[in-house]
Design a protein. Structure first.
Ligand code: ZN
Ligand code: ZN
Ligand code: ZN
Ligand code: ZN
Length: 218
């Protein structure tokens, strides 16, 4: 399971299909949004969604009770929580108390426990840091991060379109040889006429491996 991500086609996994001719990556995978797990091969997905852990997480879904300890506010569901912590009321309260607005929700039934939205369970505050380093949590986090990076990479940002004259920004699988020689690709950056001027200050490359971002020269 841990080595599976880079072998799996992200297009297939997160965008619902792959249109790359002769894509060498695996397409027999399915992603469970609720659990942030990759089911490989996809035939295990059916068993996964019938399983108790998935059912418990799905049932919890929209109804998770969460507490914002800065605002002392009870909130229901992850989406509402995310909206709340990004909202101006929460942000200014956090600022007024000299705390970071980016906090984890508490469990309202047990305010000494932090609710892990990825693992969908309450963790005692004393064990929180060891929880964050646990294998299970890290795996969920890696999958969730992989997905959000993929989604960001797919989106055109603020009127800026990046394309490759040969079609597609997906560089496919880069062999070890190629990566040692250095891979050269030409990208075209187009700015929509109505977009405000931009300058390129950095470039992030979405890689299918879990090793992180590639060093990039341009
Ligand atoms: Zn593919
Ligand atoms: Zn699931
Ligand atoms: Zn708040
Ligand atoms: Zn967790």
């Amino acid at each position: 399971m841990t080595t599976a991500l880079y072998q799996v086609c992200s297009q297939q996994l997160f965008a619902g299909g792959c249109s790359i001719v002769q894509c060498p990556l695996r397409h027999d995978a399915k992603f469970c949004d609720i659990c942030s797990v990759v089911c490989l091969p996809d035939t295990v997905y059916a068993a996964h969604i019938r399983g108790a852990p998935h059912r418990a997480k799905a049932a919890m879904g929209r109804d998770i009770a969460l507490l914002c300890e800065i605002c002392q506010l009870h909130l229901t569901g992850e989406a509402i929580w995310v909206e709340h912590i990004n909202g101006t009321a929460h942000q200014s309260r956090a600022q007024a108390t000299g705390r970071s607005a980016a906090i984890y929700p508490r469990d309202p039934t047990r305010p000494t426990a932090i609710f892990c939205l990825l693992c969908k369970r309450a963790i005692d505050a004393n064990s929180w840091s060891s929880h964050m380093h646990s294998g299970a949590h890290q795996r969920y986090q890696r999958n969730a991060l992989h997905r959000s990076r993929f989604e960001q990479a797919e989106q055109d940002q603020r009127g800026v379109t990046v394309s490759d004259p040969n079609g597609g920004l997906d560089f496919g699988t880069v062999s070890l040889d190629e990566s040692q020689r250095g891979l050269q690709r030409q990208l075209v950056v187009t700015l929509h006429p109505s977009a405000s001027p931009v300058s390129i200050t950095s470039l992030l490359v979405f890689t299918g491996t879990v090793a992180g971002e590639s060093p990039y020269v341009f």
